[in-house]
Design a protein around this ligand. Structure first.
Ligand SMILES: Cc1ncc(COP(=O)(O)O)c(C=O)c1O
Length: 404
């Protein structure tokens, strides 16, 4: 079912042909034969681990241990170790992880939680769902992560927690953020949904006591469905997290519920898949970093801004983001790349303070200028471990032809 059609490309001088399923087609008259480069290639990753994944799933099916079984426990142990942390609680999504983390910290109505304006809405929605109120702060123009200067200024007596996002796979400046939090006596929850295995100051995230991860299929560690985890070093939060994820059920009891909450458990099939992927995550991270380095080299003569890796950070390149020059129309660039078979994305086109959902906060356009400028100039290029040098060369060449 997954086999791709057999095809081969040929060149006669500058003319390139593709032989596919017995038909010969002209694909380009230029220097480059047309390539099809997906934004992420989940299929080739699946094929590379298929022999491990199928038996793992079959084992769960044979054991019929679907809910909170041994695979979930094994995965929690492995993932905590991977994060250099004490505990991991597997949950249903990264979004649930964020809500639960804020919930166990006791966020209540009227509490403010500060986060960056240029993240996915799951970050800020978690604040509201946990009962708090998001407060958006602008970001650093180099790293695209929350500006620590502006963060410090944004703290009010109502601020209960900071929710830094390790955007695109690069940790926020956690040393400065933890100093601020300590000084002000407030909590930190790290949104590490895009940053599995990334490091700040030589420590894997979470740098502080609580971090939340997503295992959405396209993430650096992705399930074959939804999944998430809260990782913590705090012993006092472990049982609370387990109670919340399981409908408030008291641990070890079947029908005793100490509080009302919903079902946010990680399922055992997904945990079995994640356990297989844990065998490969270090190697996939290295490949992403190698690919980013190669892109940086290839794009050094192209009129775009490549990502900056902070001196304290180990970036894991969940996404490879460039900034286009102000003269370029992003829609036009995306369309031209698409015409050349190159898929791109925008993460994210509208900063959160300008989303209709946050109109009630009354933040006007222009209030968070860096996030706003980035939202209109960034472009995400294909990035995944299996990306080849040839594919990156093609992307860089085609981009260079468009933007100069
Ligand atoms: C920064 C960030 N936070 C939170 C989430 C939510 O994760 P999930 O999709 O697993 O709920 C995502 C996922 O897209 C994300 O990118």
């Amino acid at each position: 079912m997954w086999d791709s059609p057999k095809s081969a490309d040929f060149a006669l001088g500058e003319i390139h042909f593709r032989l596919q399923n017995g038909f010969m087609t002209l694909i380009t008259l230029g220097n480059n034969p047309m390539m099809n480069i997906p934004f992420v290639d989940l299929k080739s990753q699946y094929h590379s681990i298929k022999a491990e994944v199928h038996p793992a799933i079959e084992r769960v099916l044979e054991n019929t241990a679907f809910i909170l079984g041994q695979d979930v426990k094994d995965f929690e142990e492995r993932f905590a170790r991977f994060c250099q942390a004490k505990h991991c609680v597997g949950v249903s999504t990264g979004s649930a992880a964020l809500v639960l983390a804020l919930k166990v910290l006791g966020i209540k109505p009227g509490d403010e939680v500060i986060t960056a304006a240029n993240t996915y809405i799951a970050t800020s929605a978690a604040i509201t769902l946990a009962g708090g109120r998001p407060r958006f702060v602008d970001v650093d123009p180099e790293t695209y992560n929350i500006s620590t200067d502006l963060l410090r200024k944004a703290i009010t007596p109502k601020t209960k927690a900071i929710l830094p996002v390790h955007l695109y796979g690069q940790p926020a400046d956690m040393k400065v953020i933890s100093e601020i939090a300590e000084e002000k006596g407030i909590d930190i929850v790290e949104d590490a949904a895009q940053a599995h295995g990334s490091e700040a100051y030589g420590k894997r995230v979470p740098f502080t006591n609580i971090g939340c991860f997503s295992f959405y299929p396209g993430k650096n560690l992705g399930a074959y469905g939804d999944g998430g985890a809260v990782v913590t070093n705090r012993d006092d939060l472990l049982d609370k997290l387990k109670v919340y994820r399981d409908q408030g059920r008291r641990i070890g009891e079947k029908y005793v519920h100490d509080l009302e909450w919903t079902n946010e458990r990680l399922d055992n099939v997904q945990a079995a898949i994640l356990n297989v992927k844990m065998n490969h995550i270090e190697q996939w991270t290295d490949a992403r970093r190698r690919n980013a380095k190669k892109y940086n080299e290839l794009l050094s003569s192209v009129n775009v801004v490549t990502p900056a890796e902070a001196t304290f950070a180990k970036h894991v390149y969940h996404l490879y983001i460039i900034q286009l020059p102000p003269s370029a129309s992003r829609d036009m660039v995306m369309q031209k790349l698409k015409d050349k078979g190159i898929a791109t994305g925008i993460h994210y086109p509208v900063p959160l303070h300008l989303q209709p959902a946050y109109q009630y906060l009354g933040i006007s356009k222009g209030a968070l200028p860096v996030a706003e400028r980035l939202a209109s100039s960034i472009l995400s290029l294909p990035m995944f471990p299996e990306l080849t040098e040839e594919q990156m060369q093609y992307v860089a060449e085609e981009l260079g032809k468009i933007v100069g």
